[in-house]
Design a protein around this ligand. Structure first.
Ligand code: HEM
Length: 231
């Protein structure tokens, strides 16, 4: 019996590889939680940091692929990164659903000035996303085609992957904005639209940020496409 108990306490190879003990040591123990909702809140914030490292890794690989002119593969990678953002959106929605405002009021007092707006990994994801525009534009230039003309094309040819990549970039941007929107509603639901955040911003700040697409020229090109349109 004693041997079995000892064995159970031993770290498995699986846990060693993951550094599970270290990771879990950063979570509050059940009896340290200020309220039940803190398990979800701290958990989602921690998961977000891990997810952003994965997103950032994929974005670097996407950039490399674009540099090599492998646009089909770049498009696939970007779709995978977009799907990671969807996961994060779902977690933010989960918090809106589960986190009771009175619980958040209580635990917020313990957060100090710690705002996710200062997360280096989140900020890096934005920077890396925006860097994709340069190789994309160079590719358009090398093909001698403007974005509006590419969008107007209805031949359905995608031999070089430019169409797939264009859609993937729109898709990626959309998934990031979707997260921003879900987060915005989370803020409405927890602290309201007038309460100042831990970094000093209200939802007005977040709405302004939300309007900043990663690839604004891509979205604007649709206006260009329709500028002379008449029925
Ligand atoms: C549960 C309650 C939450 C509240 C009340 C909240 C509130 C806020 C507010 C007011 C800001 C604006 C900057 C500031 O003054 O801090 C902000 C920024 C941010 N929050 Fe949250 N947040 C919450 C949870 C989360 C979670 C769970 C995540 C991640 C999954 C997250 C990610 C972010 C990010 C990435 C920013 C920066 C946004 C940007 O710069 O566009 N927040 N949050």
């Amino acid at each position: 019996m004693g041997a079995i108990a000892n064995n159970m306490a031993e770290e498995t190879a699986y846990e060693k590889y993951l550094h599970a003990d270290k990771i879990l040591s950063f979570q509050k123990k059940d009896d340290e939680l200020i309220c039940d909702g803190e398990r979800d809140f701290q958990g989602v914030q921690q998961e977000a940091e891990l997810i952003w490292t994965r997103v950032n890794f994929i974005l670097k690989r996407t950039n490399e692929r674009m540099g090599k002119g492998d646009l089909h593969e770049a498009a696939h990678l970007l779709e995978q990164a977009a799907s990671l953002w969807s996961g994060l959106t779902a977690k933010s929605e989960e918090l809106l659903w589960r986190l009771w405002p009175g619980d958040f009021l209580k635990l917020r007092k313990t957060l100090g000035r710690g705002s996710t707006a200062d997360s280096p990994r989140y900020n890096e994801s934005e920077r890396l996303g925006r860097t994709l525009w340069t190789p994309y534009e160079s590719f358009l230039k090398s093909r001698g085609i403007g974005l509006a003309r590419l969008l107007a094309d209805n031949e359905g040819e995608d031999s070089d992957g430019l169409r797939s990549l264009t859609k993937a970039m729109m898709w990626y941007d959309y998934r990031v904005q979707e997260f921003n929107l879900a987060h915005l509603y989370l803020v409405f639901a927890e602290i309201g639209d007038k309460t100042v955040g831990l970094k000093g911003g209200t939802t007005a700040y977040l709405i302004k940020r939300y309007n900043k697409f990663l690839f604004p020229k891509l979205w604007d090109s649709l206006n260009e496409l329709y500028k002379d349109f008449k029925t």
